[in-house]
Design a protein around this ligand. Structure first.
Ligand code: CIR
Length: 255
C-alpha cells in the first residue's frame, strides 16, 4: 500500500457507451471529469507521481486502467481482458509502463484475466475467477509470478459481482476491507478482515494509497468504522463510475 507512482487515464466522451451489468442511467461526463480530477489530486497529495494518460475515444471503458495490467516491483504483466471491447486497451497502456519498467510480460492467451480480479497483499497474490478471469488466465499469470518469487492463490469472485476487488481492498499488509458475502467464501483466512456496513457493499471498492484510504462517497457507516480504526479516510464522489460498475481501485494502476 506504499506507492511512489500511479497511472490514470482521463475519461473520454465515449464513456456513455461503457459496459455495465445493468442500466441505471447514463454517466455524466462533466461530473465524472470533476470526480476524476479529485481522485488524481488526492493521489498526488500523498507525494506520489501520477502519470496521467489522455482520453481514448475508441475505448469507452479505458478510464478503468486497473484492468489492463498488474504492476509489481519486479515488473509489469499486461493483462488479457475477458471483455472483448476492452482488449485493445492493453496495447494503449503498454508504452506508459515500458517507460518505467524493464521487465514487461504478457498474458498471451488463450485465457483471460483482468487486473480488477487481482489483490496483492503483503504475503501473496490473490486472483478471483470471475466472468472476466478464467482458469487459463490465472494459470498463465501464476507461471509469470513464480519467476518473480510471488505465490498466487486462486479464489472465486461471488456470482453477480464484476471483479474480485469490487468486493474487497487491502488496508495494510495483513488487513482487508471486505463485504460479508466475499469473506463468507473463506478466501481471507489468516487475515484481519474489516467488514463494510450492511447495505454499503459498494464501499468495499476502496484503495489504501500511502497515508489515505480512498473510499467512494455516500457510505457513512463504513467511513466512520475506518476512521475509528485509525485510517485517514478521503471520500470521493463515485456516482458516475458506479453506473459502469467502476470504483476507486479501477481508476489507477499503483506501484
Ligand atoms: C467494465 O465492465 O469493464 C467497466 N465498465 C468497469 C470496470 C471496473 N474495473 C474494475 O473493477 N477494476
Amino acid at each position: 500500500f506504499e506507492f511512489s507512482r500511479a497511472v490514470t487515464r482521463r475519461p473520454s466522451a465515449s464513456i456513455i457507451n461503457g459496459l455495465r451489468a445493468e442500466d441505471i442511467g447514463t454517466p455524466d461526463l462533466d461530473q465524472m471529469l470533476a470526480d476524476h480530477a479529485h481522485y488524481v489530486a488526492t493521489l498526488k497529495e500523498t507525494g506520489a507521481e501520477v502519470i496521467e494518460l489522455p482520453p481514448l475515444e475508441a475505448y469507452p471503458d479505458a478510464v478503468f486502467v486497473e484492468d489492463t495490467a498488474l504492476c509489481l516491483p519486479q515488473g509489469a504483466v499486461m493483462m488479457r481482458p475477458g471483455a472483448p471491447s476492452r482488449m485493445g486497451e492493453v496495447a494503449e497502456m503498454e508504452p506508459a509502463l515500458r517507460a518505467v519498467y524493464e521487465d514487461i510480460r504478457q498474458i498471451s492467451g488463450p485465457g483471460h484475466i483482468e487486473g480488477g480480479d487481482i489483490l496483492v497483499t503483503g504475503r501473496e497474490v490473490l486472483v478471483g475467477r470471475s466472468d472476466r478471469t478464467d482458469a487459463a488466465g490465472v494459470a498463465e499469470l501464476a507461471g509469470i509470478l513464480a519467476d518473480w518469487g510471488h505465490s498466487l492463490r486462486e479464489v472465486f469472485t461471488p456470482p453477480g459481482v464484476l471483479h474480485f476487488k469490487t468486493d474487497c481492498s487491502l488496508l495494510d499488509a495483513d488487513t482487508i476491507l471486505s463485504t460479508k458475502r466475499l469473506e463468507a467464501s473463506g478466501c481471507f483466512e489468516g487475515y484481519n478482515v474489516l467488514h463494510v456496513a450492511d447495505g454499503e457493499e459498494a464501499a468495499a471498492n476502496s484503495i489504501r494509497f500511502n497515508q489515505y484510504v480512498i473510499c467512494p462517497a455516500g457510505f457513512p457507516r463504513t467511513a466512520e468504522m475506518l476512521s475509528n480504526a485509525g485510517y485517514d479516510v478521503v471520500q470521493i464522489n463515485n456516482s458516475e463510475c458506479s453506473k459502469l460498475d467502476g470504483g476507486m481501485s479501477c481508476l489507477s494502476l499503483r506501484f
